[in-house]
Design a protein around this ligand. Structure first.
Ligand code: NAP
Length: 312
C-alpha cells in the first residue's frame, strides 16, 4: 500500500521520527533549504502535517496543501494552528493532552519553590565559595501563601493539588466558574491583587495575548511572583522585564518566552527571575507517551477510525 505523504514542520525526536518514517512518506519542511520548491513539488500530495506545540502552520502554508486531511500536534497547545480555518476546510486537528499534565505541573511547582526559596542563587552562592564566609540570606516560605492560577484546566488543577500539598491556598481565574472548592475570581486584576504567586496555565494565541500586562503586574505588586508555564505570548514580556527591574514585583519563574528560543538579555540579567528553556514536558517518559499519541492519532485517521484526542 502507498504511504501517505506527510509534512514535518518541526524537528522531531528519533522515537517519533522513526515510526513516522516507517508508516508515511515524510517530507522534512523544517530542515528544507528551499521550502518553496518543496511545496511546489509535493504540496498537492500532502495529506498530513506533524508539528510541535511551539510551531506554526499559517493559512498561507495550508492553502498550498489542497489534499491536507489532518494536522497532528506533538504537544497540547495548538495555538500555532488556525483551527477555525481547519474546521471550515475539513482538516482534522489532534494534540497530546493529559499525558504531559503531571510533568508540566511538576515544573510549575518547582518554579514556585525555586523562586520562593532562592534556590538558584543558593546554588551559585555555594559554588562560588561564599558559604565559607557566612550563611545564605533567608528566603520566603510558601505555606499559607495564595497561589492564583490563571486557567484552571488539566495542568492548572494538577498544579493546584501540588501546591496545596505544600500548604498553600489556591484560587483561580478563568472565563467561567468551575465546580471546584477553590475560590473563583472573575477579575484577573483582583486575583493578582490577592495572590502571592500568579501562575499562568491557560492556552496561548490571540485570545490570551498579553493577558498579563502592566496593570496585572502592578496589582500583583512587590509581594508577588509571576510563574508562567503556558505560553510566552500570554505575558507582556517588556512590561515584565521592567517590573522585575524596578521591584514592582518580587520575582518570576518562567518556562516560556515571547520569542523562543531568543530570551532578552535584560531578562537574563534579572537576578529575581528563574528561567527554564521550555522543558515543562521534557522527560523521556512523557515525550515518548506524546509521540505514541501522535502516531496513534495518525494511524486512526488514515485507518478510518475515530481520533483518540481530537481538537476538531
Ligand atoms: P486545558 O485543559 O484546555 O486548560 C486550559 C484552561 O485555560 C481552561 O481551564 C480554560 O478555562 C482556561 N482559559 C482559556 N482561556 C482563558 C482565558 N482567556 N483566561 C483565563 N483562562 C482561560 O489545557 P492544559 O492541558 O491544562 O494546557 C494549558 C496550556 O499549557 C496549553 O495550552 C499549553 O499552551 C501550555 N503548556 C505548556 C507546556 C510547557 O512545556 N511549558 C506544556 C504543556 C502545555 P475556561 O475555558 O473556563 O476559561
Amino acid at each position: 500500500m502507498d504511504k501517505a505523504p506527510v509534512l514535518l514542520l518541526a524537528p522531531l525526536p528519533e522515537f517519533l521520527l522513526q515510526p513516522l518514517l516507517a508508516a508515511y512518506e515524510c517530507h522534512d519542511y523544517f530542515h528544507a533549504k528551499d521550502k518553496d520548491a518543496l511545496l511546489a513539488g509535493v504540496g498537492a500530495q500532502i495529506r498530513g502535517i506533524v508539528m510541535a506545540g511551539g510551531s506554526v502552520s499559517p493559512v498561507a502554508l495550508l492553502e498550498r496543501l489542497p489534499n491536507l486531511q489532518i494536522i497532528s500536534v506533538f504537544g497540547v497547545g495548538y495555538d500555532g494552528v488556525p483551527v477555525d480555518w481547519c474546521r471550515a476546510h475539513g482538516v482534522r486537528v489532534t494534540n497530546t493532552p493529559d499525558v504531559l499534565t503531571e510533568d508540566v505541573a511538576d515544573t510549575a511547582s518547582a518554579l514556585v519553590l525555586m523562586t520562593s526559596r532562592n534556590l538558584i542563587m543558593a546554588n551559585r552562592f555555594l559554588q562560588a565559595g561564599a558559604w565559607l564566609k557566612g550563611p545564605f540570606p533567608l528566603a520566603h516560605a510558601v505555606r499559607g501563601k495564595l497561589a492564583g492560577i490563571v486557567g484552571l484546566g488539566r495542568i492548572g488543577k494538577a498544579i493546584a493539588h501540588r501546591l496545596e500539598a505544600h500548604g498553600m491556598r489556591v484560587a483561580y481565574h478563568g472565563r467561567a466558574r468551575q465546580d471546584v472548592t477553590w475560590d473563583y475570581f472573575d477579575s484577573l486584576l483582583e486575583l493578582a491583587k490577592a495572590a502571592d504567586f500568579l501562575i499562568v496555565a491557560c492556552p496561548g494565541g490571540a485570545a490570551t495575548r498579553h493577558l498579563v500586562n502592566v496593570d496585572v503586574l502592578a496589582a500583583l505588586g512587590a509581594k508577588g511572583t509571576l510563574i508562567n508555564i503556558a505560553r510566552g505570548s500570554v505575558v507582556d514580556e517588556a512590561a515584565l522585564i521592567a517590573a522585575l527591574q524596578s521591584g514592582m514585583i518580587r520575582g518570576a519563574g518562567l518556562d516560556v518566552f515571547e520569542n523562543e528560543p531568543q530570551v532578552p538579555q535584560a531578562l537574563m540579567d534579572c537576578e529575581n527571575a528563574v528561567l527554564l528553556p521550555h522543558l515543562g514536558s521534557g522527560t523521556h517518559e512523557t515525550r515518548r507517551a506524546m509521540a505514541a499519541l501522535v502516531v496513534d492519532n495518525l494511524a486512526a485517521h488514515f485507518g478510518g477510525k475515530a481520533l483518540l484526542t481530537p481538537v476538531c
